[in-house]
Design a protein around this ligand. Structure first.
Ligand SMILES: [Zn+2]
Length: 121
């Protein structure tokens, strides 16, 4: 995968991160107050550590999970593990990453996971 691709994914992930944070801020007065108290003008500038140390657990769970997924992908970009399936170590195709920039499983593992879940029900 090329440098350009990683740069593109980083930008996509940062945009998603900002969108999630904005949606949290729009429906959570406490979160908005926390952001104001930290003197942050741009939601995209909030560090993951800040969010985690403040009140991640109090946030909208769906948004919090998405945010964690995006943060995890950004971390993997930084440490060079981006685009590698966390389960089997296979390379995740670029098309899949473009569609889901925070994907951490290859298609095979992902469908295996869903199959397991279906059987469990
Ligand atoms: Zn896999």
């Amino acid at each position: 995968m090329s440098e350009d691709f990683y740069a593109e994914m980083e930008q996509l992930l940062r945009e998603q991160r900002r969108e999630i944070l904005e949606s949290i801020a729009s429906e959570d007065d406490d979160f908005r107050g926390m952001v104001n108290a930290m003197g942050i003008k741009d939601l995209g500038d909030i560090a993951a550590d800040d969010i985690a140390s403040k009140k991640m657990e109090a946030l909208n769970q769906h948004a919090a999970r998405r945010l964690q997924g995006v943060e995890a992908a950004l971390t993997r970009l930084k440490n060079g593990r981006y685009g590698v399936c966390v389960q089997c170590g296979a390379k995740i195709p670029e098309e899949r990453l473009r569609a889901i920039p925070s994907a951490v499983l290859c298609v095979t593992c992902k469908s295996g996971e869903e199959g397991l879940r279906r059987r469990a029900w």
